[in-house]
Design a protein around this ligand. Sequence first.
Ligand SMILES: C[C@@](CO)(OP(=O)(O)O)[C@H](O)COP(=O)(O)OP(=O)(O)OC[C@H]1O[C@@H](n2ccc(N)nc2=O)[C@H](O)[C@@H]1O
Ligand SMILES: Nc1ncnc2c1ncn2[C@@H]1O[C@H](COP(=O)(O)OP(=O)(O)O)[C@@H](O)[C@H]1O
Length: 279
Amino acid sequence: MTTTATALVEPAPAKLNLALHVTGRRDDGYHLLDSLVCFATAGDVVTVEPGPLSLQVDGPFAEGLSADDDNLCLRAARLAGLDARIRLTKNLPVASGIGGGSADAAAVLRLARRMGRELPQMPERLGADVPVCVASIPARMQGTGEILTPLPPLPPLHLVLANPRIALSTPQIFARLGRRDNAPLPQVPSFADVRALVAWLSATRNDLEPAAIDAAPVIAQVLQAMTANGAAFARMSGSGATCLGIFDRPQTAQAAAAALARHGWWTVATELAPAPPAG
Ligand SMILES: C[C@@](CO)(OP(=O)(O)O)[C@H](O)COP(=O)(O)OP(=O)(O)OC[C@H]1O[C@@H](n2ccc(N)nc2=O)[C@H](O)[C@@H]1O
Ligand SMILES: Nc1ncnc2c1ncn2[C@@H]1O[C@H](COP(=O)(O)OP(=O)(O)O)[C@@H](O)[C@H]1O
């Protein structure tokens, strides 16, 4: 698809679970979560142009993804009643704990809104992470993902994301959990600076991290490498295997991303994403 003047472009920022507590399980098997979520400028890009509904995928991770009817971009378009030619540039690794598919679906819903459609009720029908990805702002996420409390802006963050090129299945990681009745997050304050955020995060966890390390021990090496390369804080996001590191300066983040890439891992140095324009 060549892009024309009528194309609309929407970023699909990577979703980061800075903290993720699993606090229970519903009768239908879905888990109750309590998570501090934010978004990075690193992400996929969704473009739409007028035309019948279709999807074309390009970008570095296009190969791992089929453009068939099940693709979350097409499912989101059908839910929003959007007929358009969609192009997805897949920059994020697939099945990697940073909500790529949910962020893509959310970007399609925002595009549909820009084209005059109503946001569909219960976007969580597309995936538990879709509501927070539609908002794409720092938020506390509870319930199974549908209860959102927007947070005051976070301090600027210099981040590294690293994935050891291992796709992990979200349901399989949930299934490996030892405990499902952990305490909720402590109260989330307004963070004066990165030091305050890191201190708060240090008293929290990602409850899916031990289960994911059990399934893919290399994740522990990625976390260790983040710290060895100067991260003030390192943690796995979501159900993994992508890990995030918080660094003091853009230069240290870029140097760490380059050092981690020498292991053959996917890495990117990034920042917090700006909020999408209010719809
Ligand atoms: C774990 C999280 C944390 O943000 O992130 P990812 O690792 O996917 O990025 C999300 O809750 C994932 O959201 P999402 O990837 O949209 O999940 P869904 O497609 O709705 O669900 C996939 C499967 O994960 C399990 N699941 C998901 C969400 C939840 N609250 N409890 C669950 O038990 C269920 O087995 C479900 O069938
Ligand atoms: N546009 C999409 N991008 C990524 N994954 C998608 C997409 N559409 C459907 N999927 C499917 O959703 C699953 C979860 O992918 P993803 O959202 O990237 O992972 P995670 O939820 O761990 O962050 C994958 O198995 C993939 O096949």
